[in-house]
Design a protein around this ligand. Structure first.
Ligand SMILES: *[C@@H]1O[C@H](CO)[C@@H](O)[C@H](O)[C@H]1NC(C)=O
Ligand SMILES: *[C@@H]1O[C@H](CO)[C@@H](O)[C@H](O)[C@H]1NC(C)=O
Ligand SMILES: *[C@@H]1O[C@H](CO)[C@@H](O)[C@H](O)[C@H]1NC(C)=O
Length: 598
């Protein structure tokens, strides 16, 4: 891909497709470059936040104050993003607070089915700050006449700031009555909490003539809550809800550049700045991503020193750096590396491949096997693309993998257990396959049983050194599928501006998803990094910023419908607590077509 404009911003388009950029001047001077660094274009303007920054001292001066002075000035504030993806109304039943400037009046009287609300919370910073607010999930007659049960949102200053949910007289899957679930605190930002259930749950009735006559809604089995969703087994838990859905009709949490949770090698420049290619926190390996609920993976295989790894590389066709860059204080090793690249030239040049390797393929194989062994009933889709042979880089912009190298890789991947070898029909379009077909029964003699095995599907979406699509014929019965077998729209926004990314992705979503069985749509919830990321920023930080906005924007009233929702939501910086997974899994519970009872 060539970028005809704005060469600098496009230059290190690391999170997108592998780019080739043309020679072009960077900033005219170091001064403009530094200005750009200190005020990056992606200020967090995404949220409907009115920044509560009436504090004239600003946070920076706080560190120099005594702790008592600090607590007068500092506030703990956040927004509870309360998403009611159930057919039942949430009704406020009462609360109480102590030393909370913003609490009681923030909570609305009711949150209607399908509605999402942002509740502002503000506390001082005292240990004994506290707030409680109870809501009744009004199940009415549908639970057999018991009317429903209560949850309570609680703020605690002690060991906090802490926002948590106590399941007072209501239960959900994995959350028994009496349990308390702490939510991750995001200062001055969204803290999502999703309740989800199937629409027909509102039709349960032990008496009347409805679509679920003779049944009663059982929250302990049919109500999901996130965070708190059992993310390791969320598909198994949802099987009776989702068994009839095709890939076009469900929604899966996914990760972008899934292997890049750590740096196992790379060019000198990137070794000095691992943050510039690392897309997930170091501990969020593919195995951890699976445990956190992700079911779609973007794996970019590279050969590095003869070994198979994942990689994240960009090819530069002579990018000029501003002279004097090495004099910027604090750049340390990076300045040295930049100096080396320029060969001591005044006009230093960023040339050839830059990037790094993440997890080794062998480690990913082991982690996937551990996961599918331990957690049956989960569907795992791995998209293999952007293959590169880093051992043949030396200025070669087309260091793709050969057909033989792809075959070697697939042979190594035969060590993945639970591959979808039961799908053997040639040229089958996977997107029309139902979950009950994608996950084989645990006992082959009981094809309709609820109990399913896990299943791993590989999609190979790349071309070889001969400009041919990778030929999969030798692996077609081994759980490997070609790109044409997975009709999916996948187009990233190529911007580091959150608002622009969101606008781009939602506009593509409404163009490409008008019916519930349109081609799959991948919502690419990622920001493409500008060159300054290489010098100061971090992809993970950008990703976290974007993920904070996900719940607010995706679940905004009217943003999605039963006809229009993404089938994959792909993120950087997947969180460990299952926030992203819950926001996406909730779609399959609330918006997807309903399946006949099993
Ligand atoms: C609820 O029941 C009514 C009447 O039987 C039916 O028209 C409606 O489609 C049902 N809704 C759901 C979500 O099942
Ligand atoms: C793929 O490879 C097989 C042999 O392994 C060959 O018979 C077939 O023609 C190839 N397909 C294409 C499209 O080149
Ligand atoms: C696989 O991932 C790459 C990189 O994100 C993307 O360009 C491609 O469309 C994906 N292919 C499929 C079949 O999902």
């Amino acid at each position: 891909m060539r970028f005809p404009f704005k060469p600098l911003v496009a230059a290190l388009a690391f999170t997108g497709t592998t780019t080739v950029t043309t020679a072009a001047p960077l900033f005219d001077s170091v001064t403009t470059f530094i200005t750009h660094l200190t005020s990056p274009p992606n200020a967090a303007q995404h949220l409907d936040l009115t920044t509560p920054s009436t504090d004239p001292t600003g946070l920076n001066t706080l560190s120099s104050l005594s702790s008592s002075a600090k607590s007068v000035l500092q506030k703990n504030s956040a927004y509870l993003l309360l998403i009611n993806a159930t057919p039942f109304t949430l009704r406020k039943t009462g609360g109480h607070s102590y030393q909370m400037p913003v609490w009681d009046n923030s909570f609305p009287e009711t949150v209607n089915p399908g509605q999402s609300v942002r509740v502002k919370i503000e506390a001082k910073t005292h240990r004994d700050d506290a707030g409680e607010m109870r809501y009744l999930l009004d199940i009415g007659e549908h639970g057999g006449g018991n009317g429903g049960g209560e949850i309570e949102f609680q703020y605690r200053g002690r060991n906090g700031p802490k926002l948590q949910v106590e399941w007072k007289s209501l239960a959900a899957l994995g959350l028994p009555e009496g349990s308390i679930r702490v939510l991750d605190w995001h200062q001055e930002n969204n803290v999502p909490f999703v309740l989800g259930a199937a629409p027909s749950a509102g039709n349960s009735s032990t008496t009347g003539q409805t679509s679920r006559p003779g049944t009663k809604f059982d929250p302990a089995k049919e109500l999901v809550a996130s965070p708190g969703l059992p993310t390791t087994g969320w598909m198994k838990q949802a099987y009776s809800r989702m068994h009839c859905l095709t890939l076009r009709e469900m929604s899966l949490p996914g990760t972008h550049n899934s292997g890049m949770s750590l740096l196992t090698g790379g060019t000198a420049l990137v070794k000095a700045r691992p943050e510039s290619v690392q897309c997930h926190a170091s501990h969020m390996t593919v195995g951890k991503q699976l445990e956190a609920g992700a079911r779609w993976f973007d794996i970019r295989p590279v050969i590095a020193g003869g070994k198979w790894a994942t990689g994240h590389y960009t090819f530069f066709d002579g990018i000029k750096l501003p002279s004097g860059l090495d004099k910027i204080p604090g750049l340390g090793d990076l300045a040295k590396e930049i100096g080396k690249i320029g060969g001591g030239d005044k006009e230093k040049v960023l040339d050839g491949w830059q990037g790094g390797n993440g997890q080794l393929i062998a480690d990913i194989v082991r982690e996937v096997n551990d996961f599918t062994d331990k957690y049956p009933g989960e569907l795992v889709i791995i998209n293999l693309s952007h293959g590169l042979n880093t051992d043949t880089f030396s200025g070669n912009p087309k260091a793709r993998l050969t057909q033989q190298e792809w075959e070697n890789l697939m042979t190594e991947l035969l060590a993945v257990k639970n591959r979808a070898t039961h799908i053997t029909m040639e040229n089958i379009d996977l997107t029309y396959q139902r979950l009950s077909n994608l996950l084989p029964p645990s006992d082959p003699s009981k094809p309709n049983d609820l109990s399913r095995k896990s299943s791993v599907l590989f999609v190979v979406d790349d071309i070889t050194t001969d400009n041919q699509h990778v030929n999969l014929s030798k692996f077609s019965k081994e759980g490997f599928f070609f790109r044409g077998q997975l009709a999916i729209f996948d187009s990233y926004a190529n911007t580091n501006n959150l608002n622009n990314m969101i606008t781009d992705q939602f506009s593509k979503l409404s163009t490409h998803r008008t019916k519930a069985d349109d081609d799959m749509f991948l919502l690419s919830w990622t920001l493409t990094q500008p060159v300054e990321t290489m010098i100061t920023g971090s992809i993970v930080k950008y990703g976290e910023d974007a993920n904070r906005a996900l719940g607010e924007k995706l679940w905004a009233n009217g943003a999605m419908s039963a006809q229009r929702f993404p089938n994959v939501v792909s993120v950087d910086a997947l969180d460990e607590d299952g926030e992203v997974a819950g926001l996406v899994a909730g779609i399959s519970w609330w918006l997807a077509r309903e399946c006949p009872a099993l």
